[in-house]
Ligand binder design. Sequence first.
Ligand SMILES: Nc1nc2c(c(=O)[nH]1)N[C@H]1C(S)=C(S)[C@@H](COP(=O)(O)O)O[C@H]1N2
Ligand SMILES: [Mo]
Length: 253
Amino acid sequence: MSIEKKPTAPSLEPFKKKLEVIQRRSFLKKSLSIGALSLLSGCTLKDEDAVDKILWAMSQWNDRVQSFLFSPDKLAKTYTEAEITNPFPFNAYYEEIFAPIVDGENYRLALSGKIEDKKSRSLEDLRLLPQISQITRHVCVEGWSAVGKWGGVPFHLFLQYIGADITAKYVGFQCADKYWTSIDMQTALHPQTLLVLDFPGKSGETKYGFPLKVRIPTKLGFKNPKFVTEIFVTNDNPGGYWEKQGYNWFSGS
Ligand SMILES: Nc1nc2c(c(=O)[nH]1)N[C@H]1C(S)=C(S)[C@@H](COP(=O)(O)O)O[C@H]1N2
Ligand SMILES: [Mo]
């Protein structure tokens, strides 16, 4: 697997249709009356809950279609140092001043689920593994994107190192704030998916996810967990913070 290989198509293209789908869905949610949705779905819907169920079902259909289209060989475009966005934007479901500050010295990454070696790992342990750096574009559904540089351990190597069951369907991430998200195993094994130890911004800046983040350039921004405290491997879809509120789970290529 070559990490250096450059893709032939511009990376934003594959995102565009999916972004439209997500935007259309949030538009639907705001504008469609319960009555109209009842007509569309052919059932009688009485409350907001029922509307959510229909949207959720639509999203799962979408996931199936997208996972069918997913090509494990497709690489996200990489950029040059000169193209890096500076300063890199901060985003979270809260204001910047509330970003958690995790003590790196006492940090231990918890491992659970279908993993052979569940011993928790310190930052020192993780630093012993092979590392690469990568300059890619982060695309947020809120309508902005930015080019950033992240360094760390290729995630497929990490999964191998901890003896993860790669026949399992999902990898989930729990974070130091109340955030969580999850990805399919194929994406977890993608050559550009990175267990991030080196972040954008000035040295000592923690808001971009210190001490651990997972960078997935083939996925939308919200699928890229920051301040990761636990990684788990499972066959039950763990969903996620935004996914639970209706964002499309697959959200990527
Ligand atoms: N722990 C955690 N991870 C998170 C989020 C969050 O609120 N908490 N927000 C997500 C969203 S929506 C985006 S766009 C990116 C923002 O990352 P950045 O601050 O490095 O730009 O983080 C993602 N990962
Ligand atoms: Mo985002």
